[in-house]
Design a protein around this ligand. Sequence first.
Ligand SMILES: Nc1nc2c(c(=O)[nH]1)N[C@H]1C(S)=C(S)[C@@H](COP(=O)(O)O)O[C@H]1N2
Ligand SMILES: [Mo]
Length: 314
Amino acid sequence: MPAFKPPVPACSEITPKQLYVNRRHFIAGAGAIGLAGLGASGALAALNAKKSGYTVADTITPREDATTYNNYYEFGVNKGDPAQYSGDFKPLPWKIRIDGMVTKPIEVDVEELIATMPLEERVYRFRCVEAWSMVLPWTGFMLSDLLKKVEPLGSAKYVAFRTALRPDEMPGVSYPVLEWPYREGLRLDEAMHPLTLMAVGIYGEKLPNQNGAPIRLVVPWKYGFKSVKSIESITFTDKQPETSWNMAASSEYGFYSNVNPERDHPRWSQASERVLGTGGGFFGGGARRDTEKFNGYGEQVASLYAGMDLIADY
Ligand SMILES: Nc1nc2c(c(=O)[nH]1)N[C@H]1C(S)=C(S)[C@@H](COP(=O)(O)O)O[C@H]1N2
Ligand SMILES: [Mo]
């Protein structure tokens, strides 16, 4: 049985009324409201990372905005919900499974990855499909460095990602707004691209729960929903993976979802964006800037899509 499909797709700044989750339903399960913004482990330990050449000159978004204005539907559909209702989520200990079309499937401990992988701090532009953006200092390592460990088969073409699904710790998953567990995917060449980061930290510290603790993807040339949080498994496959947002509304959220000001969302323009944390009259407000193709990373990634029609393959 396919899960309930939202009558109106949900990834909009103006969340359709039908999908508003009644906040009162959440209160009972939200035992740690006082920890909002801290992460359940309380351990926002500093991370040792080299500054990277991958950086943009723009002003970094204030930490306050990036940790209180979130999309993480497993904790609720409103921007403040993830910070408020993720206090019961336990990001440690944590293992990621890497399997599928590989020679050596593995299960790796995230703390071990943090201790052994070459961590870099990179400042990336981050563009949500909802036409807002941030400039964020991530700490992480290249996904390619992790994927190489399993020796992918030559026949593998894609990788599929899944977020953990923990109804006891994630009050939002009792609402069928998306297919759970949250799933995403990349073509193998996208996954192996040096810009594609596995982030374990932000602002020099471990990820807070609302930002995807303990480990999440960051693909800076694609809309934010491709950057799947709290990853539990990565599976090599020869078929294009199903993705939660595409399953919810295929005409609005494509598999590629490269940032593209020339292809509007069916319900709003993608030509410009609000830069959060740059002032403006309301919470999360911000100055407008023109959206750049591939979010400004075209020089590095346009060649991946040579010969493709990125309006048809949105
Ligand atoms: N598991 C999971 N990952 C997710 C989401 C989600 O709801 N669940 N939201 C996505 C969307 S739409 C965006 S814009 C980014 C937001 O990341 P941030 O809250 O750290 O800014 O996370 C993405 N990853
Ligand atoms: Mo998003």
